[in-house]
Design a protein around this ligand. Structure first.
Ligand code: PLP
Length: 424
């Protein structure tokens, strides 16, 4: 016997009704999005907050132009990496004074992994996921070599098809480097549970939060994590190349010895002494002069983020991703070979949905030409990021309608859609 599906079919009106009841809807006006664009790539580069240009202009014209060198003191430039770090802190479940801005995520990861490994001096292995964003793995190669002396440290890689985390953990593992939300699939780890397992083996964990900060609620303290790094140009809308952040648990701060010992991480930088003495707390993770114009872009955005309730963000994010998956199931998968690779279980999903489809590259290019912007990750994934502050339910509907049309008409076969730029 077959059962009849009594769920009402979703249509654009359903999506508009969800938008009308959306408690975060007012935030869309706080962004400067081009007319006619459905922007589903905020997991790569977040949209421009409306207040940012004026804020950055102020820093350029007043603080730099008029204040000149005096702004290091008068405008608080010197302490900006900690002050803006304090605005990141509540978004990732950290306390005030625990987060500092860094350079790129790659550089911050290097800082954090070296500090973590040095806290486990007798252990020689670093474990990481094969599926980590590659820069994390590239940085680890150098950490292994530099900390290994004559004999480079070992690396063990966890993968979906094995070995598992539990299989790589033993009493030689110093540090485990994990990405909380996977950049390809959007799969999310249970941070508290994974951290507990790493600690049970006597190792420390460094979390990469690039696809988590501003995307999902993160509770670094509650999870008893050790170190974390992340970028701010994706879900936090800091702007292209905005600085990374570093967090170290309070219990590690006094003993942590990061890799790069620059003068901005010195206890008394303006004594200009010959020897290095680490600053107290998280400040020692600073390196050199901060990129203050980029910091300004981030500060402008984080002032808006201070008004945001992450529980509401998560609720809407799940509604958007569930709607997208339901529409793929109903309208695409029955007709074309399109597979949802993102976990369907909401607790395991970040704020993106990835679809496996052959010819993903030209399909995404055709979609972008229609004004629906997502991206492509080799070899066969097209990714859609859902940013609850400015993505609407109607956007989800329109994106699926455009994708359906592109697959049906096969317009993506036109040769121009297969021409690749340097960035995919
Ligand atoms: C998970 C993850 N880690 C690291 C990076 C690289 O960060 P950066 O270019 O700031 O070093 C990215 C970039 O997309 C990422 O997704």
């Amino acid at each position: 016997m077959t059962t009849t599906d009594t769920r009402p079919a979703i249509d654009r009106g359903t999506c508009e009704a969800l938008d009308a009841a959306d408690p975060l809807a007012q935030f869309r006006e706080r962004f400067d999005l081009p007319e006619g664009v459905v922007y589903l790539d905020g997991n790569s580069l977040g949209a421009l907050p409306r207040d940012t240009p004026e804020f950055v202009q102020h820093v350029i014209r007043e603080e730099w132009g008029t204040g000149l060198i005096r702004s290091w003191n008068d405008a608080g430039w010197f302490d900006k990496p900690q002050a803006v770090g304090d605005l990141v802190a509540p978004i990732v479940g950290a306390g005030a004074g625990e987060v500092v801005l860094g350079d790129s995520t790659s550089a911050s990861l290097f800082q954090a992994v070296v500090a973590a490994a040095r806290l486990r001096p007798g252990r020689r292995t670093i474990a990481a996921e094969r599926g980590n964003f590659p820069t994390d793995l590239y940085m680890l190669e150098s950490v292994q070599e530099l900390l290994g002396g004559a004999e480079p440290r070992q690396r063990r890689l966890i993968a979906d098809d094995g070995p598992t985390l539990d299989e790589v953990l033993d009493d030689d593992v110093a540090v485990v480097v994990l990405t909380h939300v996977d950049y390809r699939t959007g799969r999310m780890h249970d941070m508290a549970e994974v951290t507990r397992r790493v600690h049970a083996a006597g190792a420390l964990v460094v979390w990469d939060l690039c696809h988590s900060a501003g995307a999902v609620p993160v509770d670094l303290r509650g999870a008893d994590a050790d170190f974390a790094v992340g970028c701010t140009y994706k879900y936090l809308n800091g702007g292209p190349g905005s600085p990374s952040f570093i967090w170290a648990a309070r219990q590690h701060q006094a003993d942590a010895r990061p890799a790069l010992t620059g003068w901005h991480g010195h206890a008394r930088p303006f004594d200009f002494t010959v020897g290095y003495a680490p600053a107290a707390g998280i400040t020692r993770f600073r390196v050199g002069t901060p990129q203050l114009l980029s910091v300004a872009g981030l500060e402008a955005s984080l002032r808006m983020w201070a008004e945001v309730d992450m529980a509401e963000v998560r609720e809407k994010s799940l509604r958007l991703t569930e709607l997208f998956i339901a529409l793929v199931d109903a309208r695409l998968s029955p007709h074309w070979d399109v597979e949802v690779v993102t976990p369907r279980e909401s607790a395991r999903r970040g704020s993106q949905v990835s679809l496996r489809v052959s010819d993903g590259y030209p399909i995404m290019q055709a979609l972008i030409e229609r004004g629906v912007i997502g991206d492509f990750r080799a070899p066969d994934l097209i990714r859609f990021g859902f940013t609850p502050l400015y993505t609407s339910h109607a956007d989800v509907w329109d994106a699926i309608a455009a994708l359906e049309d592109i697959l049906r008409t096969e317009v993506w076969r036109e040769p121009r859609f297969s021409q690749r730029g340097a960035v995919t």
